[in-house]
Design a protein around this ligand. Structure first.
Ligand code: MN
Length: 294
């Protein structure tokens, strides 16, 4: 069989964490790490990974207060713990364990993200991911919207061992399709693998592709062992990836068609030009993102 493997460009250990508000202790794999930068994983612009953190009980939920976004989508995945959100379109909800919230900020939204009240009172294990998915220029000003994707609504592809599965958030795998609507081609899966499980994936050569080991340890392409909390950044030299679980593992798999457009980004905005960033600040200061109580 001809080898058409996507080789590994880099295996990145988690960089030192920083706090987002007082509730999210995250490792930024990109864009802050130069190996990937703003474009290496396009259309994914940012990956903040909240590795396992035992949050002490608090009567006042920790989190991040009202802030705007424009020009992209935020995708929040909860592995442990519960995150609550409220936004200026009047929507609110709770992202529970295994759930995903896909928020299209588009033209603009104000939101706040906090630990869910009961979870906050009891405290407990929190582990989550937030991805920022860039929008192509023509969709940057699309109206804001939400997709609440509960674990039970994800398509689950059961693997040959009968116990492992690949849960589809977005994109296609083995003839099944994940529920998320996306504005460009994006594959986003969670592989839940029993010890010794093998899973194969194929993504187009030019797609930017990475994997984050959420739990356990996996071997990639029969070659490299990747420990928990590490990110695998793939090259563009092939299509196929082999994943073997050295122990019971959970792996977040992301791949997408790059958006070849200029990026101008500042704070909570991801646009194409500096003028659009200035406009975003002006619109925000003039209340055009709506209203949300603190
Ligand atoms: Mn936010």
């Amino acid at each position: 069989m001809e080898n058409n493997l996507k080789s590994i460009e880099a295996i990145l250990p988690p960089p030192h964490f920083h706090m987002v508000g007082d509730g999210f202790r995250v490792h930024n794999f990109f864009p802050s790490q130069p190996k990937i930068g703003m474009t290496g994983m396009s259309p994914f612009f940012l990956l903040d990974y909240g590795s396992k953190w035992v949050v002490p009980p608090s009567d006042t939920p920790r989190g991040v207060g009202v802030h705007p976004h424009r020009g992209f989508e935020t995708v929040t995945i909860a592995y442990h713990g519960k995150v609550a959100h409220h936004d200026s379109t009047g929507k609110s909800g709770v992202i529970g364990e295994g759930d995903v919230q896909w928020m299209t900020a588009g033209a603009g939204v104000l939101h706040k993200e906090y630990h869910e009240e009961e979870f906050s009172k009891k405290g407990g294990l929190l582990q989550m991911v937030q991805l920022w998915v860039n929008l192509p220029s023509k969709y940057k000003m699309t109206p804001a919207k939400y997709q609440a994707i509960e674990s039970k609504n994800m398509k689950k592809v059961v693997l040959d061992d009968g116990e492992s599965s690949v849960d589809l958030i977005a994109g296609d795998y083995k003839g099944m399709k994940g529920p998320a609507f996306t504005f460009s081609k994006v594959d986003l899966f969670n592989a839940n693998l029993i010890r010794g499980a093998k899973a194969g994936f194929s993504f187009e050569k030019n797609f930017n592709t990475g994997m984050l080991v959420i739990e356990g340890e996996v071997k990639i392409n029969n070659l490299k062992v990747v420990p928990e909390n590490h990110f695998v950044f793939f090259s563009h030299d092939g299509e196929d990836i082999l994943v073997e679980a050295v122990e019971k593992s959970v792996v977040l798999i992301l791949s997408g068609e790059p958006i070849h457009e200029p990026i101008s980004s500042y704070g909570p905005f991801v646009m194409n030009t500096e003028a659009e960033i200035s406009q975003a600040y002006e619109d925000f200061n003039n209340g055009k993102f709506g209203y949300l109580e603190d």
